[in-house]
Design a protein around this ligand. Structure first.
Ligand code: ASP
Length: 322
């Protein structure tokens, strides 16, 4: 297909996490704030696409907006580990080259997706973790936050206290999706896009799960689980309980169903999420896009913060199952 035949087909889709998101539990004000931030994120990505920029730059721009907001479990609003710390994961994949940059368990990186980008552009490695990732950041000129207090928020702290109390009561280890708490149902962030050249990209960033153990790494930075992009098939960003997403190899499963079974994005997304992932016991969903700009957003939880925008300005933001 020529470059021109892709013009106007550029599109972006985002998510802000999936989980127990019920209308009854969300105040009008909170819903308004979340919708506004999701729209701002879509616009940030769309500006890049409209200007002829790459899908990689677009998904990065969209994710940065959500990382900067305390409303989402990524960057500023990252959840707490069991020890009261913050350890974040992020991944950015370029579907044109299948090059990837990912970081895991980083503690002092304000925008983990920007460090993932640095890994993609500057490192021969795909995934860097912990202190090594932070050393890589400073070596390449990225400033770290002085201490973790930048990520501290009262409501996330209260979520941790509740999770710890529940763990004690049930006498068994308990982690939870940030949005499984009825009061603060907001989560991990991700974006997928196709640019006017037909190139795909996917980005995901997360604080992980409340009360997770030190060193726990979720699906987000695991290529093929939380994040995947390949121009031949699709770009996918997952959200939900990472332990299940990794076992399902969820993002890649959609691409594989398309590639080997010749299914459409919609069909592949349905089988991977609503059938296979669900049968495994997983809770969550994905956003996915293909090179023609088709978008699918299957999830099996009660809600998923999500939205899409096309270069022609059409867009939609949704929260609940409807
Ligand atoms: N998938 C993330 C993790 O397990 C959590 C989420 O999507 O809310 O780290």
């Amino acid at each position: 297909m020529s470059v021109d035949s892709y013009t106007n087909l550029s599109a972006i889709a985002i998510h802000g996490g999936a989980g127990t998101i019920l209308r009854a539990n969300l105040t009008d004000e909170k819903e308004r704030d979340i919708r506004a931030k999701l729209t701002e994120s879509l616009e940030a990505g769309n500006v890049v696409l409209e200007a002829g920029g790459s899908a990689v730059d677009a998904v990065q721009a969209a994710v940065v907006v959500m990382e900067e907001s305390p409303l989402f479990n990524a960057g500023k609003g990252a959840v707490y580990t069991h020890d009261g710390s913050h350890e974040q994961d992020a991944c950015l994949m370029d579907g044109a080259t299948r090059n990837v940059g990912a970081v895991a368990a980083v503690k002092r990186v304000r925008n983990p997706i920007l460090l993932a980008r640095l890994v993609l552009d500057q490192s021969t490695h795909v995934l860097l973790s912990g202190e090594g990732a932070e050393t890589f950041a400073t070596t390449n000129g990225m400033e770290l936050v002085d201490d973790q207090s930048y990520f501290d928020t009262e409501f996330r702290y209260q979520q941790l206290q509740k999770a710890i109390a529940r763990e004690k009561k049930e006498n068994k280890q308990h982690t939870q999706l940030d949005h499984s708490d009825v009061e603060d149902k907001i989560g991990t962030v991700g974006a997928v896009a196709v640019d006017r050249h037909g190139n795909l990209a996917a980005a995901t960033s997360t604080g992980g799960m409340t009360n997770k153990r030190h060193g726990r790494i979720g699906d987000t930075p695991v290529v093929g689980a939380g994040t995947f992009a390949d121009n031949k098939t699709c770009a996918v960003s997952s959200t939900g309980v990472g332990e299940y997403i990794m076992r399902a190899m969820l993002a890649y499963d959609i691409a594989a169903l398309m590639e080997y079974k010749n299914l459409t994005l919609e069909e592949a997304g349905h089988i991977a999420v609503m059938e296979k992932f669900t049968e495994l016991g997983g809770d969550g969903g994905v956003i996915a896009i293909d090179a023609l700009g088709n978008i699918a957003m299957p999830f099996n939880s009660s809600g998923m913060y999500r939205g899409w925008m096309r270069a022609d300005g059409t867009s939609e933001v949704k929260i609940f199952k409807e």
